[in-house]
Design a protein around this ligand. Structure first.
Ligand code: PGA
Length: 248
């Protein structure tokens, strides 16, 4: 009932020219893919990628969105600006934003509400650090991120959650499929308890953190995992396509 969604998170990689090359290579490789395919790209690539994906099934995403409509917010990009380009998805609260740029559960909440109010679909990232995991705090951290990040939100139709254990991002370490499934199961139960059973059943939850062609199949086979948020492997058309087409 939940359609898998595989999203590339390009982070701060690819100039507009390189982005065009990557999309050109990717397009034919994902032409028949079953999951929903999204590429979340740097702001400076958005116009180019919006043009390059025309006629394909690839959806366009940005890597953040401002919580305000407009005004004195140097360096921020508004929902309206993104919509004009044709952006559909926005990543919110990625651990790199939380770690290096002061993103908090409160700002995640504000950005998520702003995205929803403007018809953008948020991919909201949650996940524990290695230290939190080793101290047995994973569930507590996730619960706080969920309750505070989604405070006041009732309609989850357009929301995607990405569970990304911070220790697995860009490190080559992946959570085992069983572990990831268990933790995502906890996230789903927390959503159920606080936002209702129907919401929890319909909500798509991705796994992210060193997902590669070699481990995608095993991860996606898990009951609770509805796709992936892919960093490093999204920068190569063949690798990203192999993850998208993990069933073939
Ligand atoms: P990775 O990044 O696939 O390179 O680990 C995932 C992410 O940070 O979204």
């Amino acid at each position: 009932m939940r359609k898998n969604i595989v999203a590339g998170n390009w982070k701060m990689n690819k100039t507009a020219k390189e982005a065009e090359e990557l999309i050109t290579a990717l397009k034919p490789l994902v032409a028949k893919s079953k999951p929903e395919v999204v590429v979340c790209v740097p702001y400076t690539d958005l116009w180019t990628v919006a043009e390059a994906i025309k006629g394909s099934k690839i959806h366009l995403g940005a890597e953040n969105v401002a919580w305000a409509d407009k005004g004195a917010f140097t360096g921020e990009i508004s929902a309206e600006m993104l919509k004009e380009i044709g952006v559909e998805y926005v990543i919110i609260g990625h651990s790199e934003r939380r770690q290096y740029f002061g993103e908090t559960n409160e700002t995640v909440n504000k950005r998520t509400k702003q995205a929803l109010a403007n018809g953008l679909k948020p991919i909201v990232c949650v996940g524990e650090t290695l230290e939190e995991r080793e101290k047995g705090r994973t569930n507590r951290v996730l619960k706080k991120q969920i309750l505070e990040g989604f405070e006041g939100i009732t309609d989850f139709t357009n929301i995607v959650v990405a569970y990304e254990p911070v220790w697995a991002i860009g490190t080559g370490k992946t959570a085992t499929a069983e572990d990831a499934n268990k933790t995502i199961g906890y996230i789903r139960r927390t959503i159920k308890t606080n936002f209702g059973e129907e919401v929890a059943k319909a909500l798509r939850i991705q796994y992210g953190g060193s997902m590669k062609p070699g481990n995608a199949k095993e991860l996606m086979a898990e009951r609770n995992i509805d796709g992936g948020l892919i960093g490093g492997a999204a920068l190569k058309a063949e690798d990203f396509a192999a993850i998208v087409n993990y069933k073939d």
